[in-house]
Design a binder for this molecule. Structure first.
Ligand code: SF4
Length: 893
């Protein structure tokens, strides 16, 4: 695997890109200590996406590059193996299964986290050499409805506009997008422009009042799932108010009459429409009027539109309005889909979805297949689409797929009906996982684990939401035996007999082939395709290393591609015309009913990324929101007897999750929201994916993650507790348990549904790992207190004279002390007996009742300490019992 020498790659600071959202911000990374992997992070002022800005996630990237938790060696069934053994095993098993059951019996499930070069070789291997299109990706979950909408309207998966339009628009419409949290730097750009130019109007269309509404001149809390009806009504309004661009419609489109007929067929009478959409009639009219009278209108849309069983139709309903007004691909004017992941777009370019071919060619087009096969020198190219994500795991569940290779993603958390996904992998003959993290919900089910490189080590390219291709450059050494995903895929391919087609020496080689394929027979004679980066196909290694961000298409001989497309037509359909789609409003697949009366919506929070395998490493990112929560309207909560902060259960027909209740009028009555991030590694029962229904859009295959009928109820905790530890502990076994990383400690929030028979036993179990360290020769002591008045039991474990862990158990959450008090004591350098006294929360001028001789040995002096420095909540009638146990050399109680 060829790689630039690190010294050459990291002379001072390295320009790379953020690995999180689809904004694709440029980052300057400066390594200050290679051994310690300390890195300072700054926004890259020269990058067009962010011009130096970063959001809090991007700014915290330097806190996520340590080696803690990394997978550093190949493993087969939990045993460390050499690369040769692991690669040979996977290649041999894939070959055997293909021999015995055919190519459809194997699959790859990839990720928008992969670099384009990784994606390219994985797609090439599956579609060209194994001969199946069973390669899909977690991008299916975030933007496949946009892909389908683009292709139906434009004939190609092309984003017509660019970020510069944020500053050029007079009206920005954000629909199904909480950009303030999910695409923060784009939100910052709109905010800055609105401050500079207050006349810029912002409309937010979202059932929830999200942080994005901070900027909104108008918030339309449309009923969940009603977007098609809303945009159809807008199309009808534009027609009746004479603001159609007849010249554009006539010269560059087809199908307008049918689309308009469908739009006017619904009841668009404003009072009726407003009631159906759940909106104020004046607000609705105001939106229509603003849209009609503002030529420079930019519509941003994201998962709130895409993650629906009518996602593709919603996209087309939006595109219809822009095509009808000719507002597309013009400065400040057009539709702009915001992709969720850093390289969802790159994955689309190489054909990483089961229904696409490489370089935006079509799998069902025999001319395209023959062209790709010829270019690759492949034995054949898969002729039919493979399984899309949800179907793929269903095929694993019923045994049609017998081997699956999962790269850089965590489907046991993120897919809908996630417990079924877990069951599918448990029964699968061969599960291979490539990841940089050792312990995830998915790696726990892997038969073979390949250690992959992480951000800062990887080398390749990504494409952001505005078609801008940027380099992701390495600045840290490859740790352990971790290797690049492209290298791992190529090594398996070589061992399967495809060495000639996979003998790439570097990502630069792969990129050159990818670029050449994009330009291959892409001309007037053979038919123009949108994706063409032939202008960079001849880059050598140095040219690739220094490649500056650019937008595609960038054809041969061009130094830059166009910022916008379709302003003057030129769509990638046989007749060059865009298609209007006649799309009628239809409801979700599963409607709420008496048993499951609430609608669950899922999404991201500001400071976390996907399943927290990276952002969960940065303590400061957990300060914003540290626990999974379920947001519900106060009236709904009152009806259910739910108080703020208590643990609640969300249950659907597919599964259950637990979270803290957050009561907010920002949530519409009858709806709840829960974040997507928490995993089975970090929480005992808070994977919202387990609750989400597996319904998908029939066109795009994208799951309906924004609409699952659920019921909500009190968890009914019989005890509450928390645990602080300065050492990492396994997640305690409790009905509700959540791990929260602090600066130098871990905190666990706990609750149980059955009253503990013996709180000491429960605490012993929770602190088992800490207490057992004496087995490894560590001096360990244990200290207990019981607050009889409040029923609070406390136990501390002191290792080598310093507090290591402390656990509190009480009958209700109000009986427990503020967590900050315990935080103060964790990891202190110089402990005194007075400090130890404080660990268990004694204070307030009350002295413990001392029992037995043990405490004299543990706390020979200073037991009284200074009450003023001892945290605690003692009140009238406070009584304590106290016991100290030395565990070193055995229990001496
Ligand atoms: Fe930029 Fe998105 Fe990274 Fe934030 S998470 S720095 S907005 S790319």
């Amino acid at each position: 695997m060829k790689r630039l020498p690190l010294a050459e790659a990291t002379p001072c600071s390295v320009s790379t890109t953020c690995p999180y959202c689809g904004v694709g911000c440029g980052v300057k990374a400066t390594v200050t200590d290679v051994e310690a992997r300390t890195v300072t992070i700054a926004g890259d002022e020269s990058h067009p996406a962010n011009a130096g800005r970063l959001c809090v996630k991007g700014a915290a990237l330097g806190e996520t590059v340590a080696l803690e938790g990394r997978l550093l060696h190949p493993e087969i069934r939990g045993e460390r193996r050499t690369w040769d053994e692991a690669l040979g095993h996977v290649a041999g098993e894939f070959a055997r299964i293909i021999r015995e059951h055919g190519p459809e019996a194997v699959a790859i499930y990839a990720s928008g986290q992969l670099l384009t070069e990784d994606y390219y070789v994985a797609n090439k291997l599956m579609k060209g050499f194994i001969g199946t299109a069973n390669i899909d990706t977690n991008s299916r979950l975030c933007m496949s409805s946009s892909v389908a909408g683009h292709k139906r309207a434009f004939g190609s998966d092309t984003v017509p506009n660019c970020y510069e339009d944020l500053e050029l628009a007079d009206l920005v419409v954000l629909t199904g997008s909480n950009a303030a949290w999910c695409h923060p730097v784009l939100f910052q750009r709109i905010k800055a422009e609105k401050e500079r130019r207050p006349g810029l109007r912002v409309v937010v269309i979202d059932p929830r009042r999200t942080a994005t509404c901070e900027l909104a001149d108008l918030h339309l809390p449309v009923k969940a799932g009603e977007d098609v009806r809303l945009f159809n009504a807008l199309l009808a309004y534009l027609a009746t108010h004479g603001v159609l661009d007849d010249a554009f419609i006539g010269a560059h489109t087809r199908g307008f009459s049918a689309a308009l007929a469908t739009a006017v067929a619904q009841d668009n009478h404003i009072p009726h429409l407003a009631a159906t959409l759940g909106l104020d009639a004046l607000d609705l009219e105001r939106f229509f009027s603003w849209f009609a009278t503002t030529p420079r209108t930019l519509t941003l849309y994201s998962q709130g539109v895409n993650q629906s069983s009518a996602g593709a139709d919603k996209v087309n309903a939006i595109l219809n309005c822009h095509l009808a007004t000719g507002r597309i691909g013009k400065p400040g004017s057009g539709p702009l889909s915001l992709t969720g992941q850093p390289n969802a777009m790159g994955g689309r370019e190489v054909g990483g979805l089961a229904n696409m071919l490489a370089a935006h060619m079509e799998i069902e087009n025999p001319v395209h297949r023959e062209r790709v096969q010829r270019f690759w020198g492949a034995p054949s190219v898969a002729a039919t689409p493979g399984h899309k994500a949800v179907d793929m795991f269903e095929a694993v569940h019923d045994g049609r797929i017998k081997a699956i290779w999962i790269l850089a993603t965590n489907p046991v958390v993120s897919l809908p009906d996630a417990d079924r996904v877990r069951a599918a992998l448990q029964r699968c003959e061969l599960v291979v996982v490539s990841d940089c993290i050792a312990d995830t919900d998915t790696t726990r089910l892997a038969h073979v684990k390949f250690p992959a490189l992480g951000w800062g080590e990887k080398d390749g390219t990504v494409t952001n939401s505005e078609r801008r291709i940027s380099r992701q450059r390495p600045f840290l050494p490859m740790p352990g035996e971790a290797r690049a995903d492209w290298w791992i895929v190529c090594e398996v391919a070589k061992r399967m007999g495809f060495a000639d087609a996979f003998s790439f020496a570097s990502p630069a080689d792969i990129f050159a082939e990818h670029a050449a394929l994009s330009a291959f027979e892409n001309d007037e004679a053979h038919g123009r395709r949108d994706f063409d980066i032939g202008g960079v196909a001849a880059l050598d290694v140095a040219g690739y290393r220094d490649l500056e961000p650019f937008q595609w298409p960038r054809r041969q001989g061009e130094a830059q591609g166009p910022a916008r497309l379709f302003g003057e037509g030129g769509f990638f359909t046989p007749d060059g015309r865009a298609s209007f789609l006649a799309v009628g409003a239809r409801g979700p697949v599963h409607a709420p009913d008496q048993d499951y009366p609430f609608v669950l919506n899922t999404g991201r929070i500001r400071d976390q990324w996907h399943t927290m395998t990276r952002t969960g490493l940065a303590a400061r990112l957990l300060q914003h929101i540290g626990e999974p929560f379920c947001a519900l309207h106060p009236d709904d909560a009152a009806g259910l007897g739910i108080s703020v902060g208590e643990v609640v259960e969300l249950e659907s027909r597919w599964g259950l999750a637990r979270a803290r209740a957050e009561l907010t009028a920002d949530q519409a009555p009858g709806t709840v929201f829960m974040p997507m991030h928490w995993t089975g590694v970090l929480a005992s029962a808070s994977r919202v994916g387990a609750v989400v229904n597996p319904a998908v859009d029939p066109v795009s295959g994208q799951p309906e993650s924004k609409h699952t009928p659920v019921r909500v109820r009190r968890f009914g905790a019989q005890w509450h507790g928390f645990l602080f530890s300065t050492v990492a502990l396994p997640l305690p076994a409790a009905d509700y348990a959540v791990a929260i990383r602090g600066g130098k400690f871990w905190r666990f929030e706990l609750a149980g549904q059955s009253a503990p028979a013996d709180r000491q036993e429960l605490a012993n179990e929770l602190l088992k790992y800490s207490r057992e360290q004496h087995l490894a020769g560590v001096s360990v002591e244990s200290l207990e207190y019981v607050d009889l008045a409040r029923g609070v039991y406390r136990q501390a474990v002191i290792a080598e004279g310093r507090l290591q862990s402390v656990c509190f158990i009480g009958p209700d959450s109000g009986s427990l002390p503020e967590r900050g008090l315990c935080l103060f004591w964790c990891g202190r350098e110089n402990d005194s007996p007075g400090h130890r006294h404080a660990y268990a929360g004694v204070g307030g001028g009350h002295r413990p009742t001392l029992q037995g001789r043990q405490q004299l040995r543990l706390l020979p002096a200073g037991i009284e300490g200074d009450p003023g420095e001892l945290p605690g909540r003692a009140g009238a009638g406070f009584r304590l019992s106290f016991r100290a146990v030395s565990l070193t050399g055995g229990r001496s109680e």
